[in-house]
Design a protein around this ligand. Structure first.
Ligand SMILES: Cc1cc2nc3c(=O)[nH]c(=O)nc-3n(C[C@H](O)[C@H](O)[C@H](O)COP(=O)(O)O)c2cc1C
Length: 434
């Protein structure tokens, strides 16, 4: 009998997902200047829950208030805010949606405007000459142990607030993914070298969270199928790590891929000239670009498997469930513009989620003074900004403004990030003066 998108799925921890659609993690930028969750998170996640999604993953929550992926990140690091987290968790579980917190440390992928000296396994700088990211300071062994404790502490806080699970962000080139990559992790101690050593950070956290949070708390890991970079984390290494994660008893593995240097997670190859390709080419072949990798990982995966990246049509989603050995479909960008998309898919009212192709291009006429590479760079910022701005609009209780252009989004996003960072710095200064 074939599996349908509306079939429930029981996970090893005992939680039953109401359907096969998951809202993948998307950074919200909605924290207050002290990096606490706000009413805006509650509003946003209620909106997504009402839209029919079975499982909702939060945007990445930071374990250390000094190190952020973005100025408006939530951090859980001695800054209080448990009451709002409880309201947020309650709202995100509206109608039986499961809500799990994605937990992260940015590693070297931390904007220089937040920290000129990010912390990472080794001192290998992102994009070497890129002023946007500073040269990392290698973590000491004690600091690594402290960060592991922080991940466990944030998981316990998530559980106490009412989130029914956590997701360890071990993909996309952030700290845990950096440990896995021999290009970024040049350590010669127990945290570097062999794959066993490079995977120690991730596996120690997973085992620690299980011990602290118990068997009925869901543990998920988001993992790169590959970093898609010479000498970095490979598909073969991924298969081995997946088998270790199975032994550690995780409940759901999410497969993605890429890093800031090779942004395959959103279908780009990291070359400015290719920015437009995935958006322009809306053929089925471009959809769900990690499904073949997931098929290769499936034999090593004893846990339920989720894949995220490029899913748009019901046909491709159902094929992944029925022919690809995939259990859960991860959706991100389409839910920024159409939060009700899952309910429409489940009810058979919609055959494909929107891709917003027209809004995501910067026309030559929009930026007449720019050469094609500059325009492609602007477009990259505008595309990320467009989705981020839709999330912010929903957090403010508005419907997403689908008429916003890529250029408008780039400007609005830039202004929003600068203002949020200024408020964060002001709050830090005020706290230091107390
Ligand atoms: C605005 C935005 C924010 C994102 N933030 C996160 C994040 O916090 N954590 C994460 O693991 N992935 C993040 N992603 C990646 C998505 O979870 C997903 O892997 C990617 O967008 C591909 O899925 P899609 O084609 O359905 O959008 C983000 C993507 C977007 C567009």
């Amino acid at each position: 009998m074939s599996i349908s998108l509306s079939d429930p799925l029981e996970l090893p921890c005992g939680i039953t997902l109401p359907n096969r659609l998951c809202k993948a993690a998307m950074t919200e930028g909605l924290a207050d200047p002290q990096l606490r969750a706000t009413e805006k998170h509650a509003r946003l996640y209620r909106r997504w829950a009402e839209g029919g999604i079975g499982l909702s993953l939060t945007g990445n929550v930071q374990v250390d208030h000094r190190h952020l992926e973005r100025p408006g990140n939530v951090a859980i690091d001695g800054n209080g805010g448990l009451d709002v987290l409880k309201t947020y968790a309650e709202a995100g579980k509206t109608g039986g949606t499961e809500l799990w917190m994605q937990i992260n440390h940015p590693g070297r992928q931390e904007p220089a405007s937040i920290s000129p000296n990010p912390r990472a396994p080794s001192d290998v700088q992102l994009g070497s000459n890129d002023k946007a990211f500073g040269k990392p300071i290698p973590l000491t062994g004690d600091e690594i142990e402290e960060i592991i404790e922080k991940f466990i502490h944030v998981s316990e806080t998530a559980k106490a607030a009412g989130f029914t699970g956590m997701q360890m962000h071990s993909a996309h080139g952030y700290l845990s993914s950096e440990f896995l990559s021999p290009v970024v992790n040049r350590r010669t101690d127990q945290w570097g070298g062999s794959l066993e050593n490079r995977a120690r950070f991730l596996l120690t956290i997973v085992r620690g969270v299980r011990e602290a949070c118990g068997r009925d708390f869901a543990i998920s890991v988001k993992l790169n199928s590959s970093d898609f970079q010479q000498g970095a984390f490979t598909l073969e290494e991924c298969q081995q790590v997946v088998s270790w994660l199975g032994e550690a008893g995780i409940d759901l593995l999410e497969i993605s891929g890429g890093t800031y240097e090779q942004p395959m997670m959103v279908g780009n190859k990291g070359n400015a000239k290719t920015w437009q390709d995935p958006l322009r080419d809306s053929t089925k072949a471009r959809e769900a670009y990690f499904v073949d990798y997931a098929k290769a990982i499936r034999p090593a995966a004893t846990m339920p498997l989720m894949v995220t990246g490029g899913f748009r049509s019901r046909e491709v989603m159902e094929a992944a469930l029925n022919e690809g050995g995939i259990d859960v479909i991860g959706l991100a960008r389409p839910l920024c513009g159409d939060p009700d998309g899952p309910a429409k898919l489940l009810a058979g009212e919609l055959d494909a989620l929107p891709a917003y192709e027209n809004q995501l291009l910067v026309a030559e006429a929009d930026a007449p003074d720019m050469n094609p590479i500059q325009r492609a760079m602007l477009q990259g910022h505008g595309q990320q900004g467009w989705f981020c701005m839709k999330i912010i609009e929903m957090g403010e209780g508005k419907e997403p403004d689908l008429s916003m252009t890529c250029l408008e989004a780039a400007k609005a996003y830039h202004a929003n990030e600068a203002a949020t960072n200024a408020r964060r710095i002001e709050a830090l200064g005020a706290a230091a003066a107390e």
